[in-house]
Design a protein around this ligand. Structure first.
Ligand code: AMP
Ligand code: GLY
Length: 451
């Protein structure tokens, strides 16, 4: 069996690693991948948004299954194009990828199916948006309010505005100065929700749904959720804020109404659906939908999944999700992202990374390193013994988020201790990471212990 994974980050390395565990022993390709992924898969030099290049490759190589990591190819309709050629691909069609690619589409869809989410208004003109924010009362509350570019803006298109001046400046940036180009042609202004965030990912075949383990991302760059937003500085799974009762509410009030509502309109959502949820005092409310695996949630979730990923993907493609039962390691996992100095602002690349093998040893068993922004040093000459490399090549930094270190433990506290011991072995110039990944889970854990 031949499998193609599309993308080049830590999420894709986790997907590729999980495929290496499959009982089908697939031949794995990754386009374009990264140097860490190259240890587990054959890299294909085609960019993730080169849909034609990917399609030609998949046809020529007779790829049996394609798994798409990032949202851009899904939003460009890669699934429709592959299906047209009779190729198996895991993910939603272009129309349903709008759940992520257009915030207005997502909000209007939620409204149609009475899915709980923040109150909102959609604007196509800066003047109307500015008139709106000049109202004395917005929605049911005053500031802060949230201003969102409608389209894909690489995770940067959402701004929580503390007052009217800030909101006005953000509206003008998005709609007049067009800092996100076409993504800001339309904007959504919405009520700011308060509570604790969690990520609930499910897989659907359009009718049936199976839930993956819950998780929580850490978007801010600094401890205690300070500093600017990033692509994600770490994650853990499960997220105790998603209690069994809360999980049932999320399925009953969010996921099931969405999938079944779409099905009634003859739209069958296939692939991963990721609901970013705010657990508020009034229950779960949707912050966003993503139409793909989360990054870095996937790095924390997949090491806990015992079920073969290939079976899960085919169950979605072949309308057999009703027949699959996922099995999980009854363990907690924690993923810590190691970033380049300066990230999420400007940073330098090319620093030597040391201690990767030691980190795996320190965290044994069940510690994994998934690469995001790494390259192999041009000076790297792995020692050979009987033709086999006996140690890892010399990796250097090559991106903002460099590595994901993931450990499993019997509980969250053990997983945290283990992952930070492993992280302690890894070094590169300028490296920084959050020291408090999992702190929210620990707060629940302490509460539960003393209750
Ligand atoms: P989004 O891309 O819509 O998920 O937004 C990114 C992040 O912005 C979310 O993970 C939240 O932390 C925050 N956010 C988005 N919408 C809201 C909202 N209505 N209230 C509070 N925070 C929000
Ligand atoms: N973890 C956030 C995302 O994948 O969009």
């Amino acid at each position: 069996m031949k499998i193609l994974v599309i993308g080049s980050g830590g999420r894709e390395h986790a997907l590729v690693w999980k495929l290496t565990q499959s009982k089908s022993f697939p031949k794995i390709y990754c386009a374009p991948g990264n140097s860490g992924i190259a240890q587990d898969a054959e890299l294909v030099d085609i960019k993730a948004d080169d849909i034609k290049g990917l399609l030609d490759f998949a046809v020529k190589e007779k790829i049996d299954l394609t798994i798409v990591g990032p949202e851009a190819p899904l939003a460009c309709g890669i699934v429709d194009k592959f299906m047209h050629k009779g190729l198996n691909i895991f993910g939603p069609t272009k129309e349903l990828a709008l759940l992520e690619a257009s915030k207005a589409y997502a909000k209007e869809t939620m409204q149609r199916f009475a899915i709980p989410a923040a109150s909102f208004e959609v604007f196509e003109s800066a003047d109307k948006a500015i008139d709106f924010i000049n109202q004395p009362r917005l929605f049911s509350a005053h500031y802060p309010i949230v201003v969102k570019a409608d389209g894909l803006a690489a995770g940067k298109g959402v701004v929580i505005c503390k007052n009217r001046q800030e909101a006005r400046a953000v509206i003008e940036d998005m709609m007049v100065r067009k800092v996100f180009s076409e993504a800001g042609r339309k904007i959504v202004i919405e009520e700011c929700l308060k509570g604790e965030e969690a990520s609930v990912l499910v897989v659907s075949d359009g009718i049936n749904i199976v839930s993956l383990a819950s998780s929580q991302d850490h978007k801010r760059v600094l401890d205690r959720d300070q500093g600017p937003n990033t692509g994600g500085m770490g994650a853990y799974s499960p997220a105790p804020v998603v209690t069994p009762a809360m999980h049932k509410r999320i399925m009953d009030e969010v996921i099931n109404p969405l999938i079944s509502g779409l099905a009634k309109e003859n739209k069958f959502y296939k692939g991963v659906l990721y609901a970013g949820i705010m657990v508020t005092d009034a229950g779960p409310k949707v912050l966003e939908f993503n139409v793909r695996f989360g990054d870095p949630e996937t790095q924390a979730i997949l090491p806990r999944l015992k079920t073969d990923l290939i079976d899960l993907c085919f169950a979605s493609i072949e309308d057999k999700i009703g027949e699959i039962k996922l099995e999980w390691e009854n363990k907690s996992s924690v993923c810590v992202v190691l970033a380049s100095g300066g990230y999420p602002g400007e940073y330098k690349k090319g620093f030597e990374i040391s201690g990767l093998d030691e980190a795996i040893k320190e965290g044994a068993p069940d510690t994994y390193i998934f690469h995001a922004g790494t390259a192999i040093s041009p000076q790297s000459t792995p020692r050979l013994r009987s033709g086999q490399a006996v140690h890892s090549p010399q990796f250097i930094t090559d991106g903002g988020r460099v590595l994901n270190v993931v450990s499993l433990g019997d509980n969250i506290r053990q997983a945290i201790d283990k992952v930070y011991k492993a992280v302690g072995k890894i070094k590169f110039e300028g490296m920084h990471y959050r020291k408090d990944i999992g702190h929210r889970a620990l707060e629940h854990y302490v509460e539960d212990t003393f209750r």
